[in-house]
Design a protein around this ligand. Structure first.
Ligand code: NI
Length: 174
C-alpha cells in the first residue's frame, strides 16, 4: 500500500494525452492498488493515472454506492446522452469548484485489472465521475469546460490566491 502524491494544476503531466495500457502487468496492478489507496486518502470519488504522474489510460472510481472501488483500464465512452449541469471539483485543483455541463448518461467500455473486457452503463454521479476522469486521460481539466467568463474568473482566482490545499470540500473532488 502506498499513498501517491497528487499532481497539481500547472504540472505538465496533467496536460499530456495518456498512452494506452498495452498489457496488464503486475506493475499496472500495483499502480491500480496505489491509486485506490490514494483516492481514499484524498477523499476523492475518482482518480486518473496522470494525476499521480503516470501517463497511462487508467482510472479508479468509487462514487460511494457501496460497490467498492472500480478500476478501468483503457476506458472509452462509446455512447452518451442527455445533459446535466452540476458543481465539480478536482483533486489536482484544490479549492476550486465550478458548475460543469456533462452528458447525463454514458456507456463505457474498458478492461478490468485481470485484462477482462468490462462494460458499464452509468448515470448520475458515476457518469459525471467517469467523464471527468476520462478528460484527465486526454489532458483536459474541468476548468477547460467552463464558459470563457467563468474560466477567466477561476484562472484569476488561482493566480491571486494559489491553490488552497486546506480548502473546505464544497463539492466532490475528482
Ligand atoms: Ni480531477
Amino acid at each position: 500500500m502506498a499513498i501517491l502524491g497528487v499532481r497539481k494544476y500547472g504540472d505538465p503531466v496533467l496536460r499530456r494525452r495518456a498512452e494506452r495500457v498495452r498489457e496488464v502487468t503486475p506493475e499496472i496492478r500495483a499502480t491500480v492498488r496505489d491509486m485506490i489507496d490514494t483516492m481514499y486518502h484524498e477523499v476523492g470519488l475518482g482518480l486518473a493515472a496522470p494525476q499521480v504522474g503516470v501517463a497511462l489510460r487508467l482510472m479508479v472510481v468509487d462514487e460511494e454506492k457501496g460497490r467498492g472501488p472500480l478500476a478501468l483500464i483503457n476506458p472509452e465512452i462509446v455512447e452518451e446522452g442527455g445533459r446535466v449541469v452540476a458543481e465539480e471539483g478536482c483533486l489536482s485543483i484544490p479549492g476550486i469548484f465550478a458548475t460543469v455541463a456533462r452528458a447525463e448518461w454514458v456507456r463505457v467500455e474498458a478492461q478490468g485489472v485481470e485484462g477482462q473486457p468490462l462494460g458499464l452503463d452509468a448515470r448520475g454521479l458515476l457518469a459525471r465521475v467517469l467523464q471527468h476522469e476520462m478528460d484527465h486521460l486526454d489532458g483536459v481539466l474541468f476548468i477547460d469546460r467552463l464558459d470563457p467568463i467563468e474560466r477567466d474568473r477561476v484562472k484569476r482566482q488561482i493566480r491571486k490566491g494559489g491553490l488552497r490545499e486546506d480548502a473546505p470540500r464544497r463539492a466532490f473532488a475528482l
